[in-house]
Design a protein around this ligand. Structure first.
Ligand code: DC
Length: 219
């Protein structure tokens, strides 16, 4: 059983994905972290994330043994890493290198302790359209630009009090534009996705709505 969740930054995908994975006892993969790991590898080696061949190398060299461990680096959530991720994510060679990693997880999901799971929840930008067009359940999670920027701002403020809302909004819109307009696997809802707008929903209400929808497919 595969649940695919796509949508723009800070729409609530991760929260909903975690809520669904916990509820159904499925394994969860945040595929943004996979792209972030490539972006971070480039930044840490002082390499230009736009260099497609070097970024492909970084993607290929990602360990396939336990993605959960690999993706736990706290720097992975930094804004600089997010921007680098959206640059490497626009490169076809990088996307190709990461396709199998994601598909393997979807079809053979496992928990952080390496035990097998009976289902997978993947969140990202192209899970329902490209990575797992065969997913059993698809969501497209969205929210207004302002609400998403406010959520990301709050999250960043916990780590850095000097963060500026206008910068967060501008960075988010830049990233969204790159994700939506790139030539390969642009961010868009799958035709058969359930659209879940979380603008007016708190965390519990958003998760409850997602579980209600998914429950119609899972006995
Ligand atoms: O969800 P996030 O902010 O962690 O994603 C980081 C970047 O990775 C984002 O700008 C788009 C890209 N990404 C992608 O292109 N495809 C995915 N399946 C997941 C993320």
């Amino acid at each position: 059983m595969i649940i695919a969740i796509d949508g723009p930054a800070a729409a609530g995908k991760g929260t909903i994905a975690t809520g669904l994975a916990d509820h159904f006892n499925f394994a969860f993969l945040d595929t943004g972290r996979v792209y972030r790991a490539v972006g971070l590898a480039m930044l840490e080696k002082n390499l230009d994330p736009a260099d497609e061949d070097l970024a492909e190398k970084a993607a290929v060299s990602l360990s396939h043994t336990n993605l959960h461990t690999l993706l736990a680096n706290p720097k992975i959530r930094d804004e600089a890493t997010g921007l680098a991720a959206s640059i490497v994510a626009a490169r076809p060679k990088v996307r190709k290198a990461l396709l199998d990693v994601q598909r393997n997880f979807a079809h053979n999901p496992y928990f952080p302790d390496n035990t097998k799971a009976k289902g997978a929840v993947l969140d990202g930008r192209d899970i329902g359209t490209t990575v797992c067009p065969d997913a059993d359940i698809k969501f497209f999670v969205t929210a207004s630009d302002e609400i998403r920027a406010k959520r990301r701002f709050k999250e960043l403020q916990l780590k850095d009090k000097s963060v500026i809302y206008e910068h967060v909004l501008a960075d988010m819109l830049t990233r969204d534009k790159r994700d939506r307009t790139r030539n390969i696997a642009p961010l868009a809802p799958a035709k058969d996705a359930f659209i879940l707008d979380t603008s007016d929903l708190d965390i519990d209400a958003a998760i409850a709505k997602a579980i209600e929808h998914a429950s119609t497919f899972i006995s």
